[in-house]
Design a protein around this ligand. Structure first.
Ligand SMILES: *Cc1c(COP(=O)(O)O)cnc(C)c1O
Length: 404
């Protein structure tokens, strides 16, 4: 063979006896076929076969298989982010004139998608009170195609009675989708509690290192496969095998990371809730949570992220208190190795429920740093709030702390 041709062609090397623990990174757009007949009939390979890089490689299939098994579903699709997974979970099932019911406490970009794009396309959008299956029953219509849930709710942590909501939705022929990012497939199995579709932001705990974005959609019934798969194809949305391999690597330590973070987060939540400047800690595993019993009934564990509501007099001092943090970094997202603090705004993201709490709540995500050093950081933050409220702050609690 001519040298130039040899440069292009890939020689076959033996793979027998090569049994690595890691998953290979298979980069592919083109997949070749052994003859013209195989190429002509490539459409018959179905969702499990390989026909084009967009529709999967052994790398993406490995991650999909892991998720399908943990969620108790029949198939999983990967998407370039958690929000992309949410969008691709609802779009295939909606047309002009249809209706979607969305939990009022859903991840804000999901609200935005509904209010901006779904409405523009002629879909009718309603939001329901997450704690009220009766509100779902009163708002559901014959045209409702999807009831979209997220339990607990983003930032404010309301637990939904998914079995009851799913029963109402199914009675009316609507699908039930759940964004399960907080609990992850280790701590809640929405498909076993009535959901038809579950999405995860793998960006958070599953990948776990704050360096990759990915999402997943797992379905309970093969009837849902074609609508989602074909829309993903028409929109040309896929994930890179390199990103997938990062998620697969993080997946191996996901269980121990989550168990650690949820234990430390709950211990912190219990201590923080006793502080005089704290109005409430929003964490469903706390006995003080009004949905604790519901959480205990359906969930297998909690998560590493929770929110703090401070008393009114402390709120003005939150920004200065955040600047005292030395180990926690300030930033969005969560579920990584690094602990994060993020002041979150709730007003403007609720329409079916009235949010009576302060507009700024503090969300903490507990990572893997030394537990005592993290707690010292929280004590420093609380002390800074006290100093602000008592008028004893010396004004030097703004050290220029470097954060990554
Ligand atoms: C972060 C998050 C998402 C979106 O994940 P991205 O990968 O950042 O798009 C979706 N739902 C919930 C509940 C989240 O916390």
């Amino acid at each position: 063979m001519n040298d130039l041709t040899q440069c292009v062609l890939t020689p076959e090397v033996p793979t027998e006896g090569f049994d690595p623990l890691g998953v290979g990174v298979h980069r592919a757009s083109t997949i070749v076929f052994k003859d013209a007949a195989a190429y002509a009939s490539r459409g018959d390979r179905g969702h499990e076969g390989y026909s084009y890089g967009l529709y999967g490689t052994p790398t993406t299939r490995t991650l999909e298989a892991k998720l399908t098994s943990l969620e108790g579903g029949v198939w999983t699709f990967l998407a370039p982010s958690g929000q992309a997974a949410n969008a691709l979970a609802v779009l295939p099932f909606l047309a002009a004139g249809d209706h979607i019911l969305i939990a009022d406490t859903s991840y804000p970009p999901m609200r935005d998608l509904a209010e901006t794009d779904l409405r523009r396309l002629g879909v009718e959008v309603d939001f329901f009170k997450p704690k009220s299956p009766d509100d779902v029953a009163s708002k559901i219509r014959t045209t409702t195609k999807i009831v979209w849930c997220e339990s607990p709710g983003s930032s404010t942590m309301e637990i939904m009675d998914l079995p009851r909501i799913a029963a109402i939705a199914h009675e009316h022929g609507a699908l039930v989708g759940v964004d399960n990012t907080w609990a992850t497939p280790l701590n809640f199995k929405p498909l076993k509690h009535g959901a038809d579709i579950v999405t995860e932001a793998l960006t958070k705990f599953v990948s776990g290192h704050s360096d990759v974005l990915m999402g997943s959609i797992t379905i309970k019934d093969m009837a849902l496969l074609k609508p989602i798969r074909s829309l993903i194809g028409r929109m040309g949305i896929g994930v890179s095998p390199d990103d997938t391999s990062l998620v697969l690597r993080g997946f191996e330590t996901f269980g121990v990371r989550l168990r650690h973070s949820e234990r430390v987060a709950l211990a912190f939540a219990r201590k923080i809730e006793r502080h005089p400047l704290v109005k409430q800690v929003l964490h469903p595993a706390l006995e003080s949570s009004s949905e604790h019993a519901l959480w205990k009934r359906d969930f297998l564990g909690s998560s590493g992220v929770f929110s703090i509501l401070f008393k009114k007099e402390a709120i003005a001092y939150i920004p200065a208190a955040l600047d005292t943090l030395k180990v926690f970094a300030i930033g969005a997202s969560w579920g990584g190795t690094r602990s994060l603090a993020a002041p979150m705004s709730i007003d403007g993201f609720r329409s079916a429920t009235s949010w009576s709490g302060p507009d700024v709540i503090l969300r903490l995500s507990v990572g893997l740093e030394d537990e005592n050093e993290l707690w010292a950081d929280i004590e420093g933050l609380l002390a800074s709030l006290e100093a602000g409220v008592n008028g004893t702050s010396s004004g030097d609690e703004h050290p220029a702390v470097g954060r990554g």
